[in-house]
Design a protein around this ligand. Structure first.
Ligand code: LLP
Length: 453
């Protein structure tokens, strides 16, 4: 559920008509709803409350500092994977203690930065290899601090909505196998620690199974594997006080895709409650669940191009794979609908074949509404893959119309590029009846700024 709704056929973000935003800021523009961000963060907090987890928002999903600042104000920590994301989290006011630094390739300068935050280093490094742990130990020793680390374990559970976003399979580059993690923990056991190794404390285990996960099953398979390993590490003398379950909870791309967080929480809590009562700290790293439904991409139709010969209609927009990469990269479905429609075409549910108040019977039969025609919605980029929606039944669309791509708040702007030298889009945050530009549209001057003599 989100706060992008039609009122008298006009799409609003909370209390603001999207047409007002387009008129003020132009297109393409990402528009976020504060109320939806709050709602999704709160749903997770409430569902997992018995475990009192630190919820670290996956910054990669939606890194704008104004969004991060709002989530920090709700009590969230941050999951970062680069010096850039760390800088964003700090700029948003996140306490370093509430930051976990993940990522398979942390450069030495990035490690140094994360160990130099004030008043203390970041709360946790999620370590993915023996050499990375060595590098963290060396940096910490040189800086005279102690790094708190969690070993990222690959529990070998295939999970996730697309093969590109599965991260815990035997061929995946992420994490340590259970055997590797055990060996590393032995090498860094507090009893054998040399001077440098003494600057890292293995305090936890981490996993991240994949993304767009819609059933608790993979967590139920993986968590016991981590708990068994945690017990082994404790026997070696480590104090394992943290279990980081990663992110991965799915979002509503089609209405009803995402289970309520309670579906995950009710399954996971019994596995961990006793240990939490005994002092274990739980971390989760959701990105998509919080941000996806909180953002839409607003785009304007440049041209409508109909080919009599093939019978195909192309709706050419000012947003494309440079603005929203997910359809081209993952064949991802984003519901797309005009920002203004006749009342009978206000969608009740979103999906390839949406439902309408007036045509319930028809929709149940999965037949397209008689007023819809099947079209391809494409972007301006010189690539055949630049398709936002393929063979999609849509209401009549004319040149100049505004379209909205829903559930684009996660991995939308963060994966946007300047391909074909299009400046990056603007970002707007709506709060009730007010909206603020939280990232101005790039200009043509910005494009050249780094290349000037
Ligand atoms: N933690 C770690 C270590 C991760 O690698 C990720 C996402 C997350 C947390 C957050 O996962 P989430 O809760 O958002 O599913 N670009 C792809 C998604 C890639 C996800 C990468 N890692 C997409 O657009 O679907």
């Amino acid at each position: 559920m989100d706060h992008f709704t039609y009122r008298h056929g006009t799409l609003h973000a909370e209390g603001v008509p999207l047409a007002d935003i387009a008129a003020a800021v132009g297109t393409p523009t990402y528009v976020y709803s504060t109320a939806t961000l709050t709602r999704h963060a709160t749903l997770l907090q409430d569902a997992f409350a018995p475990l009192r987890p630190l919820i670290c928002f996956a910054v990669k999903s939606c890194p704008n500092i104004h969004i991060l600042r709002h989530l920090v104000s709700l009590g969230l920590g941050m999951d970062v994977v680069s010096a850039g994301e760390l800088t964003r989290a700090l700029a948003a006011g996140c306490e370093p203690a509430n930051i976990v630094f993940a990522g398979v390739g942390k450069a030495r300068a990035e490690i140094d930065l994360a160990l130099s935050t004030r008043p203390a280093p970041v709360g946790q490094f999620n370590v993915e290899s023996a050499q990375e742990l060595e590098a963290i130990a060396a940096s910490a020793s040189a800086l005279g601090v102690t790094a708190r680390v969690a070993l990222r374990v690959n529990p070998m559970v295939a999970a996730g909505g697309h093969v590109h976003i599965q991260t815990a399979t035997p061929t995946s580059k992420f994490g340590l196998s259970i055997d590797q993690a055990r060996a590393l923990a032995r090498a860094y056991s507090p009893n054998h620690a040399d001077h440098t190794a003494g600057h890292v404390r293995i305090a936890g285990l981490h996993m991240h199974l994949g993304s767009s996960i819609v059933t608790p099953q993979p967590y139920l398979l993986a968590i016991p594997r981590l708990l068994a390993l945690a017990d082994e590490l404790a026997d070696m003398g480590h104090t394992i006080d943290t279990l980081d379950l990663g992110g991965g909870f799915g979002a509503d791309y089609n209405t009803g895709d995402a289970p309520a967080p309670t579906a995950f929480a009710h399954a996971i809590i019994p596995l961990l409650q006793a240990r939490v009562n005994a002092g274990l700290k739980v971390v989760i790293e959701p990105g998509r669940f919080i941000a996806a439904n909180a953002g839409i991409l607003l785009t304007r139709v440049l041209y409508v191009k109909h080919d009599q010969g093939t019978g195909r209609t192309f709706i050419v927009c000012d947003a494309g794979m440079n603005t929203l990469l997910r359809p081209a990269l993952y064949d991802a479905f984003h519901f797309l609908w005009p920002a203004r429609v006749p009342p009978e075409l206000v969608p009740l549910t979103r999906g390839h074949t949406p439902t309408f108040a007036s045509t319930t019977a028809q929709s149940l039969a999965h037949a397209p509404h008689p007023q819809l025609t099947t079209v391809d919605v494409v972007g301006p980029i010189c690539e055949s893959a630049d398709v936002l929606a393929k063979a999609r039944p849509l209401p009549p669309i004319a040149q100049g119309d505004l379209l909205s791509l829903f559930a684009a708040g996660a991995y939308g702007m963060s994966m946007a590029s300047r391909y074909n030298s299009h400046p990056l889009p603007a970002e707007v945050l709506v709060n009730d009846r007010a909206f603020t530009t939280i990232r101005r549209r790039e200009t043509l001057d910005d494009l050249l700024a780094h290349e000037r003599d």
